[in-house]
Design a protein around this ligand. Structure first.
Ligand code: 5GP
Ligand code: 5GP
Ligand code: 5GP
Length: 208
């Protein structure tokens, strides 16, 4: 039996801090459109199971078609920039995310709906503003992990998952923030489970 639409329980909506991505051993390359603004960028909207597993690459027939998101291009360039090397225009990253993750949510969202949902979620969450309001800024200083989590929980209503990375000087840095989203791709929900974070109790919020 061939089954193209696989079910899932919720989404992780994952945003990355560019200053931390660029500090890792991989380093980074700015997109061809130029250095992104100093803001969190979208990494992906990932279907997940409540037990921690997740489906991937669910429909090889559903290839990424850039003509379906031409109206979203400038917003994607701003809010979902690619930082991998070599420099790209974003389509490679978006293609990867659609084919690996988006195709597993096709029962809920078509390709346009998938990218639009992620962009709307970023607008709704506005994590950098939320953190700045709590006096947590990308200034190379260290902040209590608890205070970062609390600021986001107070603003969004639910505790986030926080993932850290370690830079060349062994500083633990705020890398990615996970929020949980219902299967429609529009509402924040309490996370069924939080990702393992590898964070210290104090983490650096690097400049970008
Ligand atoms: P990493 O090595 O950064 O933890 O993960 C590599 C890739 O695996 C991620 O970019 C993402 O595509 C996928 N991945 C990692 N953890 C999860 C998860 O908890 N849920 C889902 N859906 N995908 C994940
Ligand atoms: P994942 O499988 O972890 O969802 O996606 C990561 C893949 O997207 C990797 O192959 C990585 O090289 C590529 N990629 C392109 N741009 C970026 C970026 O800005 N951040 C991350 N995390 N991965 C990127
Ligand atoms: P992937 O399987 O997606 O190629 O990458 C595996 C892991 O390496 C993921 O954690 C992804 O975020 C990370 N990664 C892949 N490419 C890059 C890169 O160019 N720079 C950084 N900092 N991480 C990367």
């Amino acid at each position: 039996v061939l089954c193209v639409s696989q079910d899932f329980d919720f989404f992780y909506f994952v945003q990355q801090w560019p200053g931390s991505y660029c500090d890792t051993r991989h380093s980074c390359c700015y997109p061809k459109t130029g250095k992104p603004v100093a803001d969190f960028g979208i990494h992906g909207l990932w279907p997940n199971y409540n037990n921690g597993g997740y489906p991937s690459n669910c429909n090889p027939d559903s290839v990424f078609d850039k003509s379906q998101i031409s109206d979203l291009k400038s917003s994607l360039e701003k809010n979902w920039p690619t930082l991998a090397c070599p420099s790209g225009d974003g389509y490679k990253f978006w293609t990867h995310e659609w084919e690996k993750h988006g195709t597993c949510a096709e029962s809920e969202l078509d390709q346009h709906g998938y990218f639009e949902a992620a962009l709307k979620l970023k607008e709704k969450a506005n994590l950098l503003q939320v953190l700045k309001n709590a006096d947590i800024k990308p200034d190379d200083e260290f902040y209590d992990l608890d205070s970062i989590e609390q600021a986001i929980e107070d603003a969004i209503g639910y505790a986030p998952g926080i993932e850290c990375n370690v830079d060349g000087s062994r500083n633990t840095q705020l890398f990615q923030i996970y929020l949980c989203i219902d299967t429609s791709g529009s509402e924040f929900i309490k996370c069924p489970l939080l990702p393992r974070g590898r964070c210290a109790s104090r983490v650096q919020f690097p400049k970008f």
